[in-house]
Design a binder for this molecule. Structure first.
Ligand code: PLP
Length: 538
């Protein structure tokens, strides 16, 4: 068995800017757990030399985007060959860089594809420059480089691939290259491919006009492409579903929603996880090393976390929290203190995540929070997502306007580094998506490894994880809610949470412990990768 894991983004660490958010970090964590467990897998993605952007916030509260040049040479080595694809009838050459991701028991090569080569036409050199930049034309070219270029690179480098794992539909053109190599047998292609879909938001499923697809892909399109990929447009998800032997969503609820969205396909689910060694901060690492030796190899041992003494849990959390608070005060001169209950909200700034829901009644919120609660927000908006940018503006305006009565900051440039700091330091991780759009979510899982507590709508992973008021807080019940209903429930929970934190410290620690002991043994990528192994890879 050997798996080639194709993903448009793979986020391994903060030094390699080839990720934008959840999808890329999940891919990186998948690779890292496979390396720890010595599972034969290789990763394939694109090398974005101008990455995803660095975010700054100007004095008006507007997001500004900076695209510094990324020099990959410190992190990977160029391989001494090129593969060549025909794109719009031209030859486009693709270089391959190799990064070795080391784990506890093994290591996993990750191959980065790069069209920025001197003998390519200037416009072709730009194909792999920007992650999720450009228009439909750029996007289909990127997907062609990933799918078909990646497939050719695999033929050269890794001859014994038994399964191609398409992480999202972006890599689906590899099925067309396979189809050519396998005498047009859809059955044989299906035997080789598995597919994971990652979003219930329709716009998240890439579609291309057949006119564009024909001009870019040319001979790669089989005659019956409209049967395989949709009558009106080439839908990458439909094509992937048709040419994979198995498909899955990334949480139980997302599996259900995906079956409704794509009736007639057999779609299962494997709930996402996070790589425990990447997301547990130094404070809790030390604590777990002392009390639960062996947890690094086997995170299921964290189920015993309830035996750690209360005061050690408390002290460890306080130390991680101090690290976060001192960063906040350094950047914003906000006068935050580790004595106050700290609530963080950080995720992609996009409408359905409803970052501003908690500010629906500022008067109420500031009374509740006065001298008791402080809020830290962060998140990037996609450069073309105007609604997302407005959310950031709104939050920064609220912070400024209500400075006297509401402790609130917005930290710029949410990335792996800042996500680590925030998920390690916070008491509470807030999540208020419009159900059921959050396919899984993973940031809340990171919090559990650091003694933090989730308060979230019952969407994605949290719907499976939450035991209300025992290991965290549920906003609302197991059903879709209007914004007004969600706010009412959120405020009810907030009151309960604030009073628990200040009036029942013993109960608070017990919720922290349950958050660790109930949730980390399940919501990690070791469990997730093993599930992929047994259900889909072997
Ligand atoms: C973990 C992580 C995400 C994914 O978090 P969600 O819960 O899906 O919002 C996104 N961005 C960064 C930088 C992360 O570390």
């Amino acid at each position: 068995m050997k798996v080639a894991y194709f993903s448009m983004e793979i986020g391994l660490n903060e030094n390699i800017p080839t990720y934008s958010g959840g999808l890329g970090i999940l891919a990186g964590d998948h690779i890292k757990s496979a390396a720890d467990l010595n599972i034969p897998i290789v990763g394939i993605t694109l090398l974005y030399k101008r990455g995803y952007f660095i975010q700054t916030i100007n004095p008006m509260g507007h997001q500004e985007e900076i695209y510094p040049y990324f020099d990959p040479r410190a992190f990977m080595e160029p391989l001494p060959f090129k593969v060549t694809i025909k794109l719009e009838g031209r030859d486009v050459h693709i270089g391959v860089w190799k990064h070795n991701q080391a784990g506890i028991k093994g290591r996993v090569p990750v191959y980065f594809l790069d069209t920025d080569l001197p003998f390519n036409a200037p416009e072709d050199r730009l194909i792999t420059q920007y992650l999720y930049g450009g228009d439909r034309h750029t996007r289909i070219c990127q997907e062609m480089v990933l799918g078909i270029g990646g497939y050719l690179a695999m033929k050269r480098l890794e001859r014994d691939i038994t399964t191609y794992h398409l992480n999202e539909g972006h890599a689906v053109f590899l099925t067309l290259a396979l189809l050519k190599d396998l005498d047009g047998s859809e059955e044989k292609v299906r035997e080789k491919c598995v597919f994971t879909t990652h979003t219930p938001v329709p716009a998240g499923h890439d579609k291309f006009s057949y006119q564009l697809a024909e001009s870019i892909l040319g001979d790669y399109l089989p005659r019956n492409i409209r049967q395989l990929a949709g009558a009106d447009q080439l839908n990458t998800t439909v094509l992937a579903l048709n040419l994979s032997r198995a498909s899955n969503g990334v949480s139980q609820l997302h599996g259900e929603i995906s079956r409704q969205m794509f009736p007639g396909f057999n779609i299962g689910h494997i709930t996402n996880g996070v790589h425990h060694l990447s997301w547990t901060g130094p404070e809790f690492m030390g604590l777990f090393d002392n009390h639960l030796p062996g947890w690094r190899e086997n995170p299921q041992l964290l189920a015993e976390a309830r035996k750690i003494p209360d005061d050690e849990i408390r002290r460890t959390k306080l130390n991680a929290k101090k690290r976060l608070i001192s960063y906040v005060n350094g950047i914003c001169a906000a006068g935050f203190t580790e004595e106050f209950l700290t609530i963080c909200f950080a995720r992609r700034a996009t409408a359905y995540k409803r970052a501003t829901l908690i500010f629906s009644d500022i008067e109420y919120l500031s009374n509740l929070a006065l001298d008791r609660v402080q809020f830290i927000f962060a998140g990037k908006a996609h450069p073309q997502d105007e609604a997302g940018k407005l959310l950031i503006e709104e939050i920064t305006h609220i912070a400024k306007q209500h400075e006297q009565k509401l402790r609130l900051v917005f930290l710029p440039n949410y990335n792996i580094w800042l996500a680590s700091l925030m998920t390690q330091g916070t008491d509470v991780w807030l999540n208020t998506p419009r159900r059921p759009r959050e396919a899984s979510g993973t940031s809340g899982m990171k919090v559990c490894f650091n003694g933090g507590i989730n308060m979230s709508v019952l969407d994605g992973w949290w719907r499976e994880a939450c035991n209300n008021r025992v290991n965290g807080w549920a906003i609302g019940d197991d059903e879709d809610q209007s914004d007004d209903e969600a706010v009412a429930d959120l405020y009810k929970d907030l009151e309960d949470m604030v009073s628990t934190y200040y009036a029942s410290p013993k109960q608070w620690v017990s919720i922290m412990k349950n958050s660790i002991a109930d949730l980390t043994p399940v919501f990690n990528t070791h469990r997730m990768v093993m599930e992929y192994m047994h259900k889909y890879y072997i």
